[in-house]
Ligand binder design. Structure first.
Ligand code: ZN
Length: 286
């Protein structure tokens, strides 16, 4: 009997752990390993105690560009908070895979990962997994498609306004944020679709600590969301206060006879193929 046990142990230790992708993960199977990058990390506050963390919620992106949510329960928050950093890729072993239900279901994946006391999190430097796993949605689709409000979605837009801080009937503070599509039609009229996003104080981008002056933006080395408070001093009318830019590389574009916007940078795909839309980009001087 003892001999049999020894044999089993030695066979297990020689077996290389199989690394799964998100689509290969199975529920209720132990010792699965996932290579993934933390693309988002946030804290779900304790009910009625906003400065205490009930859980850490994490979005993990794998090489197949699938995203899965992972949850760190309250008792393990202190253990994993310093070990899981947004933007870093990890090899994660020994987690639980369970049905994707409960609070704040961010992805339509059928499963969610739960970190456990024995979960092993090892940094995986030089991972080819991209930094972001966006899946952008059109404003019209968000409004028309009820199923989209179940999960977290990505929107790109110009931030055009923020409403007053109000209270819901339940007493929760809410603010309305207005976003506008940043792409223009061929005829230069702004696309009229706007969306109103309700947020709470916790996620209000104006309450972020990442405040930079215009001068600091120029020397900023780190990509991220920053807030700048500025008043318009004057409009540059001789060269224009904004330029029409390429969606792919931000270089200036020009309208050609084929009715497409062509990028001025020869190495860019927008130079040869041309683009249907352009992005107005502001010129900031400091
Ligand atoms: Zn370009």
């Amino acid at each position: 009997m003892a001999q049999k046990n020894t044999l089993t142990t030695s066979m297990t230790s020689k077996t290389t752990p199989v690394t799964s992708t998100i689509s290969q993960l199975k529920p209720n199977v132990r010792h699965q390993t996932l290579l993934a990058r933390v693309v988002r990390k946030w804290y779900r506050p304790e009910f009625l105690i906003p400065n205490q963390h009930a859980t850490i919620e994490i979005l993990l992106l794998d090489i197949e560009k699938n995203i899965i949510q992972a949850t760190v329960r309250k008792l393990l928050v202190d253990r994993f908070d310093p070990r899981v950093v947004e933007g870093v890729a990890y090899k994660i072993t020994g987690f639980k895979v369970a049905e994707n239900n409960g609070s704040e279901v961010a992805t339509p994946q059928p499963f969610r990962l739960y970190f456990e006391i024995g979960t092993l999190v090892l940094q995986s430097p030089n991972s080819p997994i991209p930094r972001y796993g966006f899946s952008f949605q059109e404003f019209g689709d968000i409004i028309a498609n009820d199923s989209l409000d179940k999960h977290f979605i990505d929107v790109v837009g110009q931030f055009v306004g923020v409403g007053e801080l109000k209270k819901t009937t339940g007493g929760h503070p809410i603010k309305t944020v207005k976003l506008e599509n940043i792409e223009l039609n061929e005829g230069n009229d702004p696309v009229s679709s706007c969306i109103t996003q309700i947020t709470n104080e916790h996620t209000d981008i104006l309450s972020t600590d990442n405040i930079l002056s215009i001068k600091e933006i120029k020397y900023c080395q780190r990509a991220g969301d920053y807030v700048t408070l500025a008043s318009i001093d004057d409009l540059e009318s001789s060269i224009g206060w904004y330029y029409d830019s390429c969606k792919l590389c931000r270089t200036k574009v020009e309208l050609h006879q084929d009715n497409l916007w062509h990028c001025k940078k020869k190495q860019c795909d927008g130079f040869t193929k041309g683009l249907k839309t352009k992005v107005p980009r502001l010129i900031l001087t400091a």
